[in-house]
Ligand binder design. Structure first.
Ligand SMILES: C[S@@+](CC[C@H](N)C(=O)[O-])C[C@H]1O[C@@H](n2cnc3c(N)ncnc32)[C@H](O)[C@@H]1O
Length: 231
């Protein structure tokens, strides 16, 4: 693993190790939550209109869903990400899938089409609060009635007691995956001002303010949460 200097801000375009390896070692149940999203998506994918993954990185989630529904000739699957490097990787990985496109773009400035399903797996947490609102409003406006947003976020815990013990357990997870204490500390310093997590309560309040009719918290591992939001 390349050394991550504590004085450098975190960037997905310049990661210390290959993307999939880093995410699996850093996010509890990362592969399982991707699989859960894939299975949940089958309730919302239709053979019409658009299905988006916002912050798709190298395309693992939206790529698997498009692959599963590659006989849907009127459905469109789109992955959007800011990272030039990861979008290049995604395009190469899924070049044979016809109804799938990858776009290098800031999702909060994207011109969305009519949406059945939007997936946001650990991406909002990298946006300032106002940008999260702008993006969710854009998505909600184009989402069909009964359409879904599946959102995962690393949250701030509800009080100092739970923050203390679940941060400790999360550090154990990283040490068990082979990261040194220096690597864990340097990454957390590099994430200052980049990671902009909200509490579970504030996330749900934001989804309600945007207008979502039903919000289900269906996944939880310490600070990591998954929400199913229905219009
Ligand atoms: C933790 S990664 C998660 C990626 C992916 N969903 C997965 O499951 O592997 C967060 C991604 O969000 C992207 N991102 C952050 N802000 C963004 C924005 N405003 N528009 C598009 N992508 C963004 C980053 O470039 C990064 O690839």
């Amino acid at each position: 693993m390349k050394k991550l200097s504590k004085n450098i801000k975190w960037s997905f375009d310049n990661m210390p190790e290959p993307y999939d390896k880093h995410l699996s070692r850093s996010i509890p149940l990362y592969k399982e939550s991707q699989k859960l999203i894939e299975n949940l998506s089958s309730y919302y994918v239709k053979n019409s209109d658009y299905h988006y993954e916002i912050g798709c990185a190298n395309g693992g989630i939206i790529g698997s869903i498009a692959e599963k529904f590659n006989n849907f000739d009127k459905a469109k699957f789109v992955g959007i990400d800011l990272s030039k490097h990861l979008i290049k990787e995604a395009k190469k990985r899924y070049k044979s899938i016809k109804n799938l496109n990858f776009v290098e773009h800031n999702a909060s400035k994207h011109n969305f089409k009519i949406i059945n399903l939007a997936i946001i797996h650990y991406c909002l947490q990298f946006m300032p609060y106002n940008e999260k609102r702008v993006l969710l409003k854009l998505i909600y406006k184009k989402l069909l009635r009964k359409g879904a947003a599946i959102i995962f976020e690393k949250t701030l815990l509800e009080d100092s007691y739970s923050q203390e013990i679940f941060s400790g357990v999360y550090s154990d997870f990283k040490f068990e995956n082979g990261y040194s204490a220096d690597e864990v500390v340097n990454k957390s310093i590099s994430l200052r001002s980049v990671m902009q997590s909200s509490s579970s309560k504030d996330n749900i309040a934001l989804f309600k303010e945007i207008g979502f009719n039903k919000i289900y918290t269906f996944f939880k591992w310490g600070p990591f949460e998954g929400y199913l939001c229905i219009k």
